[in-house]
Design a protein around this ligand. Structure first.
Ligand SMILES: NC(=O)C1=CN([C@@H]2O[C@H](COP(=O)(O)OP(=O)(O)OC[C@H]3O[C@@H](n4cnc5c(N)ncnc54)[C@H](O)[C@@H]3O)[C@@H](O)[C@H]2O)C=CC1
Ligand SMILES: O=C(O)C(=O)Cc1ccc(O)cc1
Length: 369
């Protein structure tokens, strides 16, 4: 029996958009079209085999789509919702997003999305401090929660259809209302990013006076501040979108810190120990997320002009430097003059040597990190 082909449009082909695209590609009946405001991520995504086709024209990307994932930074998600108003879309289309905040986006969608279009807010609760399509992985969302925030009037069969599609990400799909989402995620994700960066900035100031701070910064400091390496532009937008819940959490935080300070001022050993014990009990009881263990990848992806002599040239260059490869694959030919070659190297070290060599000979070389 011929299976129905589905077209998915991914608007914003970065870390999350790329990871969703890769998950969707697990189903051979799904065609993924990527849209981005920049050509560069589209070129990379084609070379890395993340999307089937890419365009910088929004109408072209969404015209055939049965499901549209808005995966740009949150402020741009709101802007894209507005553009969709005037576009030609499939009659049964589902529009969803992956933004880290929900209430503002859902409110905007209600205002601007035409009635014939179903919008369902979404937020995969997994990510990375890395950004860009080169960090995308079809396993990024595995075992993570994926929150959907359907409005009360959303047809349940549409929510079911989206949930079924999202099973390709292997995430655990749950539903809650957008305000509850913003309060909870504000506390467990947004506010920790503020704290991590505030702590780093504080220590950076101390470090200007005394350079031992950066040098002695050990495991604890690094663990609690890992997320301070996240994308500043993205977090700027998240804070601006989730202002009210965050301001309330910040007030509660100030009070929590004042309580500890008081215990220290009073020199209260039991109180201080209880403070640490209470935190440890909750922290140790957190459910563990068993993400799929990622095997190390020794693959490089190379843009090559579409003629056979080029592959021979590349293998000769690598062979001359005794760089061993274990596999070579030509990815499906792209719609322009380039093809994409995937080379698997024997080891990480050989991959790095190969990368340097091929870049020296002016090839566009990408890794999927
Ligand atoms: N980074 C993370 O860990 C997580 C991020 N999110 C959400 O996912 C969304 C995307 O974040 P990332 O993938 O991390 O960012 P990213 O920086 O890796 O990718 C964003 C992509 O969107 C493109 N873009 C910018 N403006 C656009 C527009 N107007 N239309 C279409 N594309 C546009 C950029 O060129 C870029 O390729 C954000 O809304 C973020 O809140 C959700 C869960 C986790
Ligand atoms: O890397 C981390 O610890 C994160 O916090 C990942 C993350 C970032 C943004 C989200 O909206 C959801 C998850």
């Amino acid at each position: 029996m011929e299976m129905k082909k589905i077209t998915i449009a991914v608007i914003g082909v970065g870390l999350i958009g790329g990871s969703i695209a890769l998950s969707m590609r697990r189903d051979p009946n799904i065609r993924v079209v990527g849209y981005d405001v920049r050509q560069e991520p589209l070129d990379k995504a084609l070379t890395l085999g993340v999307i089937h086709a890419g365009t910088t024209d929004l109408q072209t990307a969404v015209r055939e789509a049965n499901v549209i994932f808005l995966a740009a930074p949150v402020e741009q998600i709101v802007a894209t919702l507005q553009h969709l108003q005037d576009m030609e879309l499939q009659p049964d289309v589902i529009v969803t997003d992956v933004g880290s905040t929900k209430a503002g986006i859902v409110r905007q969608a209600v205002e601007v999305i035409p009635e014939r279009v179903t919008f369902i807010g979404g937020h995969p609760m997994a990510g990375s401090h890395k950004s860009g399509v080169e960090a995308a992985s079809d396993r990024l969302l595995e075992n993570a929660y994926y929150v959907l925030t359907p409005a009360p009037g959303t047809p349940p069969e549409k929510v079911e259809r989206l949930t079924e599609l999202l099973s390709l990400t292997r995430a655990k799909v749950v539903q809650m209302d957008a305000d509850t989402h913003d309060q909870v995620v504000g506390a467990v994700s947004h506010f920790p990013h503020v704290l991590a960066s505030a702590l780093v900035n504080l220590v950076a100031g101390y470090d200007e006076e005394n350079g031992w701070h950066a040098r002695l910064a050990a495991g604890g400091f690094r663990d609690i501040t890992r997320i301070a390496s996240s994308n500043p532009r993205m977090w700027r937008d998240v804070l601006l979108q989730n202002r009210e819940p965050l301001l309330k959490i910040a007030k509660d935080w100030t009070k929590a810190l004042e309580d500890v300070i008081e215990l220290v001022e009073e020199g209260d050993p039991e109180g201080i120990e209880r403070f640490f014990q209470t935190a440890r009990d909750f922290r140790d009881g957190l459910p563990e997320r068993k993400a799929g263990a990622l095997p190390p990848l020794n693959d490089l992806y190379i843009d090559i002009p579409d003629h056979p002599g080029e592959i021979g040239r590349i293998t000769t260059l690598l062979g001359a430097k005794q760089i061993n490869i274990t596999n070579l694959q030509i990815r499906e030919t792209r719609e322009d003059i380039y093809g994409a070659l995937r080379i698997t190297f024997h080891s990480q070290e050989e991959m790095e040597k190969g990368e340097e060599l091929l870049r020296f000979f002016d090839y566009n070389v990408y890794r999927r990190s």
